[in-house]
Design a protein around this ligand. Structure first.
Ligand code: MP5
Length: 555
């Protein structure tokens, strides 16, 4: 039984875009995003801009033949998994880009994300008007996805002979369909400049049940306490992005964040999309990841420059400021952490073990092995909370840690009950040899507590606490769906699901969440310290997954 850690691959991706001397948008934003998302970034520069956060002071386009030469150099040498385009400046550059890609790849262009950059946020023209026709007729047919914002979509629609003003989500739906007919495979129509509210989403859902809605205010998808309450007056509406594919429409809903740190938002989004597509994600998952990534980039930005500063392109590796909890974003740190290793988190909370447990088809010996090992693990876990209490300097934090020990003891007695139910005595439980995955995880937590401060220990403890809360709520929620794959009735593991979705455990989750958030606000971490937190969290998420791998690996 081993805990396997798969090293992520580093797919090569290409950006074809303009340089932004201020580092917020264009090539610079793209390469930062590629790097932060673990991709190898290559670039073709279409134009140099003299630009800062207050505006664009000058543009120096690259000769089209040199754009072609840059592109050819990369294509001849590097196997690209995805490509994105940004500022293309003029018709001749747009034409050579489309022509060179077509000549090299034929019909098999890697996933191409076209961000139809036309005008900068500061109001400067970045694509000459006569180039729109070339963009639509030559580049769109090669594109997997185009990502216009409100004003770009209006420009494209009027070019396609359907001039439309986009004022609401209702306007966006037919517009996205119309744009799809321009020849690309999918359209992501961004709603950042169109305010919306939940009632509009509800009425669209009622009128079009086939439209799928992805709520992104929350990353622990089933933890309602992470959800945004739109009733709160400080929540300034929602941002809704519409993903239109040939046979489906998906709305991505998130709270609007009031911020002036939005320079480079479109570039970051399209780059994150390219990274996700490079890893083989489908359009819905790629869009979900990229929109959340960009949103967190705005939330974690700190002011740079005198004008509209950039978002934080690299929050997955360096956090410049831990966002303060607000009613619109109640648990920002937890969200950043979950998103920073979302794949691993998902592999943990939606593990095959959990799915089989929910269906009631999990082999009895796997469950018993798991529950015995979890019993042994909880001894480490309780000791780690005792260590946390010992490291605490205030009565309230001592109380929080000891309160959790009591919750853990309660969990231990739950385990004893299951075992009794299955005919296993406490002596047998105590005599169970510890598996390597249990020792690895338990020892890692205690070691973190011995080496680091209490904040790092809290991070090490969080993955277990929050993850089991998420699993319990997920199974419970799924069970409530008509014809659900989760069975509660007659499920031999129903009590386990009830316990982890139940009030007592969920109260402990709330306490844990509050502890994490308060810690970040009370003593904001430096980026180095934040990275320590993040890597501790990620290791524990992996160890949790390893724990379930171990239990399933029995068969
Ligand atoms: C080189 C370059 N590419 C793209 C943008 C658009 O970004 P924004 O809309 O944030 O100004 C830009 N300003 N500069």
């Amino acid at each position: 039984m081993t805990v396997t850690v798969k090293e992520p691959s580093q797919p090569s991706v290409l950006t074809i875009a303009g340089s932004d001397s201020s580092g917020g948008a264009g090539i610079q934003a793209d390469l930062k995003t590629f790097t932060a998302l673990g991709c190898y970034g290559t670039s073709v520069i279409t134009a140099l801009t003299a630009q800062n956060t207050t505006g664009v002071q000058g543009i120096h386009p690259c000769p089209p033949e040199f754009v072609k030469q840059q592109l050819q150099s990369i294509l001849d040498d590097i196997e690209l998994k995805a490509i994105k385009t940004g500022m293309l400046h003029d018709a001749s550059i747009t034409h050579v880009v489309a022509e060179t890609l077509k000549a090299h790849y034929g019909a098999a262009v890697p996933p191409l994300v076209v961000d139809p950059v036309c005008v900068s946020t500061s109001g400067h023209t970045l694509l000459q008007p006569e180039a729109v026709a070339t963009l639509v007729s030559e580049l769109f047919p090669l594109a997997a996805l185009i990502t216009p914002n409100k004003s770009e979509a209006e420009l494209l629609l009027s070019h396609c002979g359907s001039p439309t003003k986009l004022e609401s989500v209702q306007d966006m739906l037919p517009a996205a369909k119309k744009l799809l007919s321009s020849g690309c495979k999918a359209v992501l129509l961004k709603g950042g400049h169109i305010t919306a509210n939940m009632n509009e989403v509800k009425s669209i859902s009622a009128a079009h049940p086939e439209i799928h809605v992805v709520h992104e205010g929350l990353l622990g998808e089933n933890m309602e306490i992470l959800q945004v309450s739109e009733e709160d007056p400080s929540v300034k509406g929602l941002v809704i992005d519409v993903l239109q594919q040939a046979d489906s429409t998906t709305l991505f809903v998130q709270p609007h964040v009031e911020s002036s740190s939005t320079h480079g938002t479109g570039c970051t989004l399209s780059s994150a999309l390219a990274c996700a597509l490079a890893r083989g994600k489908d359009f819905v998952e790629a869009t979900r990841m990229a929109t959340v990534y960009t949103h967190l980039g705005i939330e974690t930005a700190t002011p740079i420059g005198r004008g509209h500063g950039p978002l934080n392109h690299i929050h997955s590796i360096v956090i410049r400021s831990v966002p303060q909890p607000t009613p619109s974003v109640p648990h920002p740190l937890t969200r950043v952490l979950i998103e920073s290793c979302r794949e691993t988190w998902k592999a943990y909370v939606q593990h095959e073990f959990v799915k089989q447990l929910g269906q009631g088809i999990l082999a009895r010996e796997c469950f018993l092995h798991f529950i015995k090992q979890d019993y042994l693990y909880l001894r480490y876990y309780a000791r780690a909370y005792a260590l946390l209490a010992a490291k605490s300097s205030t009565f309230s934090s001592i109380q929080a840690a000891t309160g959790t020990i009591i919750n853990v003891l309660n969990e231990v007695s739950m385990h004893r009950d299951y075992c009794a139910q299955w005919g296993i005595t406490e002596d047998e439980l105590k005599a169970t040899p510890e598996s390597p995955a249990t020792t690895a995880y338990g020892a890692f937590i205690l070691d973190t507590g011995l080496q680091g401060d209490s904040a790092r220990l809290i991070m090490a403890l969080a993955a277990c606490l929050l993850g089991y809360g998420e699993v319990g709520l997920w199974l419970k929620k799924e069970a409530a769906q008509p014809n659900s794959w989760v069975k509660l009735e007659g499920n031999p593991y129903q009590k386990w699901i009830d316990d982890y979705s139940g009030e007592v455990y969920q109260k402990a989750v709330k306490l844990g969440l509050a502890t994490i958030e308060v810690m970040a606000v009370a003593d904001p971490p430096s980026s180095v310290r934040f990275q320590e937190w993040q890597s501790t969290w990620e290791r524990c998420v992996r160890l949790e997954k390893g724990f379930w791998d171990m239990s399933l690996g029995l068969l």
